[in-house]
Structures are given as structure tokens and as C-alpha cells.
Ligand binder design. Structure first.
Ligand code: ZN
Ligand code: ZN
Length: 306
């Protein structure tokens, strides 16, 4: 299960109730901060998440509403040793801008207490461990190097306790070895193989995160049957000409993507001050009912639907 905490949900400029874009994705002990608009530090505190284990920052692109908070965050971290290493992932242009901000403006040659890595990504795998993987995919917005991110739990085979008991496998280390895929030999000399006590693979949850985007037709494959799709929704269809002009999406476009990709839940963010959340929700739900227009500090749990 992934947990998503929407820290900032506004587009371009903050409103009274919405802070600039930033989202935390949690998985076990892992924390990933996606984008870091101005004000993110305070949103982290308000959410109760704080700064702990905030080692991974994923950038969707380099527009200022998505990155300016990194200046303040690094300034705080550089004086406070709770974080010793920060990895910032993004496309070349986003990283160039962030490097200028952090090294040129904030640090100006000072050696901070933390190690900062700027990691240029390309489409494909970024990180994985035995339980989940994180990958990046290209998104069309403005200029090159805009990315979305997919978080996917690996499939697992459930341990069939009743079968194990029938075979006489005692609880404890033998069962753990079988779960790891190793055969065991029982006290009476019989060998039990993992296949005998592990059920069919169960696929894990998949979360697809898109930042700003100007078209959706190139996202259908990536979003296909995702358990959750998070995506921008800056305009309404009545102002589709502005969405096109500024390389953003309308609520209707985002909902059409959700419908075509048959996702399980759609979360809309990057909401303009021009509209109320209700207006955005109404337009999207007329096309894709399972839509939520998120507010700052909303949380969502992403589980595999069966
Ligand atoms: Zn934006
Ligand atoms: Zn943008």
C-alpha cells in the first residue's frame, strides 16, 4: 500500500487555502517528496510528516511553482543535521535550475552538513527494492525533460498456511525460508518445495503520478489500470483555449484519460484560483465518477483493488 499526502495543491501561485505543488508518497519507511513548491516546509510541518527521512525528492519539471521551496528546504537542512544526504531526481533542465538555486543562491560556495546529489533521469527504472519499484516516464508539458513517476508494489505469492500445516511444516524459520523461495527438509527427511506452499502471485498496487501536462493521449499506456492516477487539472473545458495556450490540462481531459486508461481512482491537483473545487469536480465526474479533487493535507491510500 502506498500513502499519498497532498501538501500543496495550487497551480502557479498560492491561494488562501492552497499551497504550491508538493506531494509526499510513503511506502513503508520510504518517503518521496514529489516537487517542492514555495511553502512546502510549512506544509510538511502542518501535515505532521516533518523532515524525517526526507532523502528523496522527485521533480516533475523545472517550473518555479514546483521547485522554489527547495531553496528554503536546503537552507534548513544545511544547518540542521537530521538529514545527511539528499538525492534530487529530475530532467536535465529542472536540475540545472535547481542546481542554480541551491548552489548559486542558497549555498554560494558554503559546504553544507549534508551531501546533495543531483541525479538526471531518463525514462525507465529509478529505484527498486525487494518490495516495490519506482520508474519515470516522459510527460509532454513545456520543453524537454518533464517526467511522471510510477510506484509499483511487486507481486508476491501468499503463504498457504493450511497447506503447510497439512505437510507438517512447523511455524518459524522453516516457513520463512519457504517464503524466501528456498526448499526445506523436514525432521522425517521429506523435502518441501516453495511451490507446494506458495499460492499464485498477487499483483501489488500501482500509483501513477503526473505533474503538469499539456496532452493526455501519450499517457494512456502508462496509466493503464493504475489503482490511482494523480494528475494536474488547471483549467475547465470552457477555457480549453487557455489550457492549450499555457500547456495545461482541463478537468475533462484528465477525466478522459482516467476513463480511457480504466484507472481505479483519479486524484486531481494543481487547481487554479480561477475555479472552485466543486466546479472542477463536477466537470471531471461527468466523465469519470471516481474522481477526487484534492485539498491541501488530504491523504489517500492506494491499495490494489481486487
Ligand atoms: Zn505548475
Ligand atoms: Zn509547469
Amino acid at each position: 500500500m502506498f500513502e499519498v499526502v497532498f501538501l500543496g495543491t495550487s497551480a502557479s501561485a498560492p491561494s488562501l487555502t492552497r499551497s504550491l505543488p508538493s506531494t509526499m508518497v510513503l511506502y513503508g519507511r520510504h518517503r518521496f517528496l514529489i516537487d517542492c513548491g514555495e511553502g512546502t516546509q510549512q506544509q510538511l510541518l502542518k501535515s505532521g510528516l516533518g523532515f524525517k527521512r526526507l532523502n528523496h525528492i522527485l521533480l516533475t519539471h523545472g517550473h518555479l511553482d514546483h521547485i522554489l521551496g527547495l531553496g528554503g528546504l536546503v537552507s534548513t537542512f544545511s544547518r540542521w543535521e537530521a538529514i545527511d544526504r539528499l538525492e534530487i531526481y529530475g530532467g536535465a533542465w529542472a536540475l540545472e535550475r535547481v542546481r542554480d538555486l541551491i548552489l548559486g543562491v542558497v549555498l554560494r560556495g558554503a559546504r553544507p552538513n549534508l551531501q546533495i546529489e543531483f541525479i538526471e533521469i531518463s525514462p525507465g527504472a529509478i529505484l527498486e527494492d525487494e518490495h516495490f519499484s519506482l520508474s519515470a516516464f516522459p510527460v509532454t508539458h513545456k520543453g524537454p525533460g518533464c517526467f511522471g513517476y510510477t510506484f509499483e508494489e511487486k507481486s508476491r505469492r501468499p503463504f498457504l498456511t493450511a497447506v503447510a500445516e497439512r505437510l507438517g511444516v512447523p511455524p518459524g524459520p522453516e516457513r520463512r525460508r519457504l517464503v524466501r523461495g528456498e526448499p526445506i527438509t523436514l525432521a522425517d527427511g521429506r523435502v518441501v518445495s516453495p511451490d507446494e506452499v506458495l499460492g499464485a502471485p498477487i499483483s501489488g498496487a500501482r500509483l501513477v503520478y503526473v505533474g503538469d501536462a499539456s496532452r493526455v493521449d501519450d499517457l494512456v499506456d502508462e496509466a493503464k489500470e493504475a489503482d490511482a492516477l494523480v494528475i494536474e487539472s488547471t483549467y475547465l473545458q470552457a477555457e480549453a483555449h487557455l489550457a492549450k495556450k499555457y500547456s495545461h490540462l482541463t478537468a475533462a481531459q484528465a477525466a478522459t484519460l482516467a476513463r480511457e486508461a480504466r484507472v481505479k481512482m483519479l486524484y486531481l491537483t494543481h487547481i487554479s484560483r480561477r475555479y472552485s473545487g466543486e466546479e472542477v469536480l463536477a466537470e471531471a465526474q461527468s466523465i469519470f465518477p471516481r474522481t477526487v479533487v484534492v485539498r491541501d493535507l488530504d491523504r489517500a491510500q492506494v491499495v490494489k483493488e481486487r
